[in-house]
Design a protein around this ligand. Structure first.
Ligand code: NAP
Ligand code: G4F
Length: 327
């Protein structure tokens, strides 16, 4: 029988890769989409006719119940969130409501309408924050450093709580940073690759950045959505760290991206205090041994390979745009 999946956050980076993966596996895919004045479809333009969209919002309980009722999903992937850490200081209450309480809203919708559906929650390595051990694994205590991180800790524990209270098949994937050409342009990897492409093409002269010393464990989003799916194929619900086991500074990222197009980053990068955060997560490095052993998951795309892929994509996109403007 055809399996049915409901994805919240389907228009985002991960939602788009996950929808592709599930469609390729023969799933009927339902996507929760919020109403916006201009539709945000860039990431899923190529598959939009294969997806059944349901209008709803993570902060509107009734719409979530409706979405679960209509789709009757076997699997629910809760990816929707206010996902940008920087914005979480500007909009802390909204981030708490959406990224935190929104998880309860979705869990309630599942509990009341399709309690046997398997549930995936998009937890984050931001929960480790000011890390108390390195590398970070499933048992590492949380110490969030932003309103976003705090909201994700709530979302994580409410998922565990619903598993324990109601015996629901609810899993949390503690995913470390993962990127792709579909990454929002405010996140550091995409901000850099977009700027490098613009500078190379003479469309921009400098790149203003925050803390270059921060270290992140960066993987490729296409690899990470496979882990989400694998978690819901297990016999028992559990939580898993998904990471590469490598860490790099923001400066290394900048060096790799500029040197790939034959430029010296020091000629273009300017430090701007506007991009330095009130509290920083200095170092993230994940240990995904549990996922390797129990899920058989491993990453396929390396860090440099991914940055080059993103630069190539941005160069191609901007060149196409320039050509279209000439016509
Ligand atoms: P993303 O690209 O920012 O996508 C976020 C999605 O949430 C978008 O589809 C967005 O819709 C939707 N959304 C926002 N507010 C909503 C609301 N009120 N109701 C319904 N939908 C709403 O994020 P991502 O990188 O794909 O990440 C997916 C999830 O994983 C997020 O929960 C994120 O916090 C978490 N996570 C990400 C990473 C990472 O490195 N990427 C790591 C760990 C955890 P619009 O298109 O309408 O804005
Ligand atoms: O790319 P970022 O904005 O990602 P951040 O804060 O690590 O969060 C991402 O990963 C989390 C998983 O750990 C997700 F949960 C979350 O949803 C999101 O996807 O920033 C990465 C690092 C930070 O240390 C930041 O201070 O880059 C540093 N940075 C330095 N200059 C900058 C900049 N970040 C941004 N966005 N812009 C800068 O100019």
């Amino acid at each position: 029988m055809t399996k049915r999946a409901l994805i919240t956050g389907i228009t985002g980076q991960d939602g788009s890769y996950l929808a592709e993966l599930l469609l390729n596996k023969g799933y009927k895919v339902y996507g929760l989409r919020r109403r916006t004045s201009t539709p945000i479809m860039e990431n899923i333009e190529h598959i939009k006719n294969e997806i059944e969209f349901i209008e709803g919002d993570l902060m509107d309980q009734g719409s979530l119940s409706h979405a679960v009722n209509v789709s009757q999903p076997d699997e629910v992937y809760n990816l929707a969130a206010q996902s940008f850490v920087g914005t979480s200081w500007d909009q802390p209450s909204l981030t708490g409501q959406l990224t935190g309480i929104g998880v309860t809203n979705m869990l309630e919708a599942v509990r009341l309408n399709k309690p046997d559906a398997k549930f995936y929650q998009a937890s984050s390595s931001e929960m480790f924050g000011k890390v108390v051990e390195t590398p970070q694994k499933e048992t590492t205590p949380f110490y969030p450093r932003s309103p976003y991180g705090v909201a994700k800790v709530y979302g994580h524990w409410i998922t565990v709580n619903y598993r324990e209270s109601y015996n629901m098949f609810a899993c949390s994937g503690i995913l470390f940073n993962h990127e792709s050409p579909r990454r929002g342009v405010e996140f550091v990897t995409r901000k850099v690759t977009d700027a490098v492409a613009k500078i190379k093409l003479g469309l921009q002269t400098e790149l203003r950045m925050g803390n270059l010393d921060a270290k992140r464990d960066w993987g490729f989003a296409g690899d990470y959505v496979k882990a989400m799916w694998l978690m819901l194929q297990q016999d028992k619900p559990d939580d898993f760290v998904i990471s590469t086991g490598e860490t790099h500074t923001v400066q290394e990222l900048v060096e790799i991206a500029f040197s790939y197009v034959g430029l010296n980053w020091q000629d273009y990068v300017v430090i701007d205090p506007k991009f330095v955060r009130p509290a920083e997560v200095d170092l993230l490095l994940g240990d995904c041994s549990k996922a390797k052993e129990k899920l058989g998951w491993k990453r396929e795309v390396g860090f440099e390979q991914m940055i080059r892929m993103m630069v190539d994509h941005d160069l191609e996109r901007l060149q196409k745009q320039a050509q279209a403007e000439l016509v």
